[in-house]
Write a protein that binds this ligand. Structure first.
Ligand code: ATP
Ligand code: MG
Length: 290
């Protein structure tokens, strides 16, 4: 079995540019001669095919979830050489809340595909589906916008991701016994939670430290305007202080009206000066620090 490098792209807020970045990242990697798969993990509002310049594919994730096709059968070629796509679900009713076993099957089959890189474009909210798809990747990217609301949502998302990983690592039942249904809701900062665990169940401290101190995230700030404050540094510091987790800063992508123009025309955002090269730079920084 070949092992693909799994990259997930999340944000905790709609419209920050996750799909846009996923597409350009996929294209950048494919242009380096690596066989790359874009996986539209937005289970309910799939639109990556449009960014790739494709009509809605005949087969989608729904066919796999409903046991009608294998994952391999629903892969389509995109106009970019080496770049392939699995289109998101077309009937949100069936796939919006996947059972645990379905998710495990999906992730197992995804990892078995013969690709160098797989990029998962994750939906915006903090549903269990999204958190689990996002967490399953080897490399977790965050796409933030330089607005307070985006920072707050991204922080909440990160906290939810880490808590979900923590409850998996100690066992969902055990974590519910200790914290109740609303896992860690009463805790403002992770230090308070650490103290609570230390007082009530020391056995969990190892998992706690592993998840919060060792999970790495890779941050991209999208839609920046010149003269704006550096939100990436601020975000990194807040996350280090309140979640004790490290954020790797990869860079910024400027706001550019041509991106919106491509979206409204339904054409791929392929040649936008100062945007595509930024994504190439970001990927190269990522490769140096990963
Ligand atoms: N760098 C940019 N400059 C200008 N507009 C941008 C930029 N990046 C994304 N956009 C615009 O932002 C909108 C949202 O982009 P996109 O669909 O990629 O976000 P998303 O995070 O995937 O959203 P959702 O959570 O709904 O899936 C689009 O209309 C797109 O044109
Ligand atoms: Mg999207």
């Amino acid at each position: 079995m070949t092992k693909s490098e799994l990259i997930s792209v999340g944000s905790g807020k709609g419209g920050t540019g996750k799909s846009f970045f996923s597409y350009l990242l996929g294209k950048t990697i494919a242009n380096q001669g690596k066989k790359t798969l874009l996986f539209d993990g937005d289970l309910g509002c799939a639109n990556l095919h449009t960014l790739c310049g494709l009509e809605k594919p005949r087969f989608s994730l729904s066919d796999f979830i409903n046991n009608k096709s294998s994952l391999k059968e629903i892969i389509v070629k995109t106009p970019t050489e080496n770049l392939f796509l699995i289109s998101g679900a077309s009937d949100s009713l069936n796939v919006n809340s996947l059972a645990f076993t379905q998710k495990r099957k999906l992730l197992h089959h995804l990892r078995c595909l013969d690709f160098d890189s797989i990029i998962i474009d994750v939906g915006p909210d903090i549903s269990h589906n999204n958190l689990d798809l996002y967490s399953a990747a080897d490399y977790k990217f965050l796409v933030l916008n330089p607005e307070q609301v985006s920072l707050e949502n991204c922080f909440r998302y990160l906290k939810a991701v880490l808590l979900r990983q923590f409850s998996f690592s100690v066992g969902i039942k055990k974590s519910k016994t200790l914290f109740g249904e609303e896992l860690a809701a009463p805790f403002q900062a992770v230090n308070d939670m650490h103290q609570y665990i230390s007082d009530n169940n020391k056995e969990m401290l190892g998992s706690f430290r592993t998840i919060f101190n060792e999970t790495e995230f890779y941050l991209v700030v999208n839609k920046t305007l010149s003269g704006q404050r550096n939100v990436a540094e601020d975000f990194k510091n807040i996350v280090a202080k309140y979640l004790t987790t490290n954020i790797n800063l990869l860079g910024e992508i400027p706001f550019n009206l041509q991106v919106m123009d491509c979206y409204s025309k339904g054409t791929p955002p392929d040649i936008i000066p100062g945007v595509n090269t930024k994504v190439e730079e970001i990927y190269s920084i990522f490769q140096n620090i990963k």
